[in-house]
Structure formats: structure tokens, C-alpha cells
Design a protein around this ligand. Structure first.
Ligand code: AMP
Ligand code: MG
Length: 354
């Protein structure tokens, strides 16, 4: 299949291009599109055939449900059997934006889209191209992240191209995304809302709107023994080709520990990589050292993380060490993704190690 790649320049979005993209979805095809979180791989959410095509293009297990994207609040009622008052409040505060809510599904949503579940995940993205595209596509676009299963979510159209060129009809290229990590997922179906996946919208932000929300206990732990509530969280999302180890400890301790490891590995002829920050990256002796951004503004780290992980694979780095990140605010989402990428391989330094 020939994949058309179309550059969409904001703020003057060329509507004729988005109409073409919408037409592809209505005809049962697939289009990758930019959102504020990561690129999505869109298909008609109401068509079982389209959802099957999404799973096939990604190489994704079909029990891992898709998120249905809408562009206006009026369309939510069609997808769900009930809208709790708490969800209305969250929508008023965070939609359009990087928050996905889980509801009991209506009959309009096929089981192919929900991975066989009676619930449906819904999000209203804030990215202007995404919103206009969803409208042109008929209002209901099922979309997981636009990567091949097992790769990091794409934060730029070139990564979508790397993974899906030849497998989908069109890629809307809107440049680099703003946030860089997937949406926060919150389950609204069970009395008290429960966060299933951390993201840009944090527990603290949610609790400014609702008194209190819970967190899925498996979110930051090695979940091998327990089933997480968001089916997608059970898969080992992305493991770089090289082995990734997170090192936690005081600043100086971490730098010297990692440097000792990379020196030792170099003697063995092993290519090493280090993920640090703007303040520390110059101190590392790894073969490939990359700064994820600045700790003063962890949003910069969220934006760069997936690109960096892809680059280590491109550069055939065999062993990667990463600094650890705060689990407050967006740091929790960063750490959640990094822990998954490392297969929960984390070293805690203390005085004895030193
Ligand atoms: P992605 O779009 O690649 O971020 O993947 C969608 C995520 O949403 C996966 O982790 C899914 O498990 C989760 N998800 C989608 N629908 C549901 C649902 N009905 N219940 C729980 N989690 C869901
Ligand atoms: Mg994904």
C-alpha cells in the first residue's frame, strides 16, 4: 500500500486535506494523526472491520482495547450507556485535553473496538488538527498510539513513517507533539474514579476537581503477578534492544556508579548509552550520552523520552543506564514509562554500594 504523507501546517489548517483524510476513515481505511500527547492511528470506531485493521497494522494483541476519540461533548452520550456527574466535572475541567475516561459502553460501540470489554475509553484531544480530522471522519475515531506494537509511541510523524509506512493509507504530519507521553486514563465506572495510567493530568490536578481519586495499585510496580485494570498496561510496552537499567540515588553517587559501569563495559567492547539531564549529561563517559531535558521542568523530559529511546536502538547501544526521575507531577508518568521500558530493572544506590 502507498502511504500518503501530508504536512498539516497550523494555524491555517488546509481543510481540503483533512476532508481527504476523513474520507479515508469513512471508507474503512486508516490515517495516523497528531494529537497533543502522541500520534494516533485512527480508524472508524463504529466499524468492527476498521478496528481489526488497526490491530493488524500495529501488530497489537486484539484484547488490548482502543481509545475512541471525539471532538465535542455532545457526542459522548452516543458511545456510553451512562455519564456520571463526576465525569461531566472532569470533562469541563480537562476536555479537550490529555485525559481518557472509561465508561460503560453503548450498543453503538463494537466489541472489536473495546477488545471484548463492556466498557469504552473516550478522549477528546485538544490538538486543532486532531479535532478537525475527527469531525471530518464522522465524529468517532478509534486510535491507539501510531507505533508498531513493542516500539515507543511516536512523538513525531517521522517515527510513524518508520513504523507504519506501507501499512496505512495516510499520515498527517503535524510536526513534533507537545506532551510526548500517552494520556492519563481514569476509570469512571466503579464508584470512586480510579487512575489506571498516569499522564500529564496528575492525581493532584484531578483532586482539585473531585475530592478524591484512587490509583490502580499495579501502576508503578512490577505487575507480573497482578492483572492491571487497563489491559494495555500488562504488556511489556517497549523494551529497547539494549538492556536498560534505572539508577536511583544521590546525584554524585549516580554519576560515578554509571561511569564505573560504562568504563568496565567499554573494556569488554560493549557499546553503552546514558540518559541524563541537561545539568548532568556532560559528566558521563558512556559511548552515547543523551540529555532528556531539565529537571526544573520535567515536561521537557516527557517530550524527549520516547525519541531518545528510539535513538538508542538506531545507534545499536547494547547497555543503557538512566537516571531516575521524581515521581511527583508528570514525573510519575515519566517513571511509569521508563520502568516499563526497563522491565522494572532499577538499582537503588545506598552508602554500602558506594
Ligand atoms: P494506547 O492508545 O496505545 O495508549 O492504548 C490504549 C490504552 O487504553 C491501553 O493501555 C488500553 O488498555 C487502555 N484502555 C482502552 N480501553 C479501555 C477500557 N475499556 N478499560 C480499561 N483500559 C482501556
Ligand atoms: Mg500505545
Amino acid at each position: 500500500m502507498d502511504t500518503k504523507i501530508i504536512r498539516v501546517e497550523e494555524p491555517h489548517i488546509q481543510m481540503s486535506l483533512l476532508r481527504q483524510a476523513g474520507e479515508i476513515i469513512r471508507a474503512g481505511g486508516l490515517v495516523a494523526f497528531p494529537t497533543e500527547t502522541v500520534y494516533g492511528l485512527g480508524g472508524d470506531a463504529l466499524s468492527p472491520e476498521s478496528s481489526k485493521k488497526i490491530y493488524a497494522a500495529k501488530g497489537r494483541p486484539s484484547d488490548n482495547p482502543l481509545i475512541v476519540h471525539i471532538y465535542r461533548m455532545e457526542d459522548l452520550a452516543f458511545l456510553v450507556s451512562e455519564i456520571p456527574e463526576t465525569a461531566v466535572k472532569l470533562a469541563e475541567a480537562f476536555w479537550p485535553g490529555p485525559l481518557t475516561m472509561i465508561f460503560h459502553k453503548s450498543e453503538a460501540v463494537p466489541y472489536e473496538t473495546t477488545g471484548g470489554l463492556d466498557t469504552v475509553a473516550v478522549r477528546m484531544p485538544s490538538h486543532p488538527t486532531a479535532a478537525a480530522f475527527i469531525r471530518e471522519a464522522g465524529g468517532y475515531v478509534a486510535a491507539p498510539s501510531a507505533n508498531r506494537s513493542g516500539k515507543p509511541s511516536p512523538t513525531s510523524a517521522r517515527f510513524v513513517e518508520e513504523d507504519l509506512k506501507g501499512r496505512i493509507e495516510m499520515i498527517l504530519d503535524g510536526g513534533d507533539v507537545e506532551i510526548g507521553l500517552e494520556s492519563t486514563i481514569i476509570d469512571m465506572t466503579a464508584g470512586k474514579p480510579v487512575i489506571l495510567r498516569p499522564g500529564y493530568i496528575t492525581k493532584e490536578m484531578l483532586e482539585e476537581v473531585l475530592q478524591s481519586v484512587d490509583e490502580d495499585g499495579t501502576m508503578m510496580t512490577d505487575e507480573s503477578g497482578q492483572a492491571p485494570k487497563a489491559p494495555g498496561m500488562k504488556y511489556r510496552h517497549y523494551a529497547p534492544e539494549g538492556s536498560l537499567t534505572i539508577v536511583e540515588g544521590g546525584g554524585e553517587q549516580v554519576t560515578s556508579y554509571i561511569n564505573r559501569q560504562v568504563d568496565r563495559l567499554r573494556q569488554q567492547g560493549v557499546k553503552t548509552g546514558v540518559i541524563g539531564t541537561d545539568a548532568t549529561i556532560g559528566r558521563y563517559r558512556g559511548d552515547v550520552c543523551k540529555s532528556a531535558g531539565s529537571r526544573e521542568d520535567e515536561r521537557t523530559i516527557a517530550r524527549e523520552l520516547y525519541r531518545i529511546l528510539r535513538e538508542f536502538d538506531d545507534e545499536k547501544v547494547a547497555v543503557i543506564y538512566s537516571e531516575s526521575f521524581d515521581t511527583a507531577g508528570i514525573g510519575q508518568a515519566i517513571m511509569n514509562r521508563l520502568l516499563k521500558a526497563s522491565g522494572h530493572h532499577i538499582i537503588y544506590l545506598n552508602d554500602e554500594c558506594y
